[in-house]
Design a binder for this molecule. Sequence first.
Ligand SMILES: C[S@@+](CC[C@H](N)C(=O)[O-])C[C@H]1O[C@@H](n2cnc3c(N)ncnc32)[C@H](O)[C@@H]1O
Length: 155
Amino acid sequence: MPTREELIPYIMLLAKPKPGDVLYDLGCGDGRVAIEATLRGASAVCIELNKELVQKAKERARKTGVLEKITFINDDFFKVNLEDATIVYMYLLTSVNRLLKPKLERELRLGARVITLDFEIPGWRPLHITRVSLGYRDATLYYYVKGISNLHEIR
Ligand SMILES: C[S@@+](CC[C@H](N)C(=O)[O-])C[C@H]1O[C@@H](n2cnc3c(N)ncnc32)[C@H](O)[C@@H]1O
């Protein structure tokens, strides 16, 4: 299930990708969020387990003219180091976000922005929660900043 196109402007408003930023989409699907970030000057890393989706994402990036701005990794995101990320986007499940949390805490730099759609990172404090009414279904975007959102998690 991809991120609905109508939500992408809201995600960009929160993420504010710009030259120098590196957006990681963990489970990037057809690459739509990563591609949009590159159109705003950032580079992106698109990590996706499903080989066909990686092909689809590459094709989409090629058609958009941003192929060289995206690194495609056909692998499990748990195996990919995230230390270069300045922005992380995740449209996964709360259970997966919970498993990813220690990795985010270990590897992400201070100040990295993390945006999740519809599912929270349990125990992290969002700086903003944006609810978007899409008519047929509402969506919720959670905006976190590493070093602030996880402060109370650090012992
Ligand atoms: C709900 S879709 C979101 C796709 C895309 N991020 C978007 O928002 O349009 C979740 C994606 O994560 C991928 N995925 C799930 N677990 C993964 C893992 N461990 N490593 C890499 N990709 C994974 C799935 O194959 C699927 O394409």
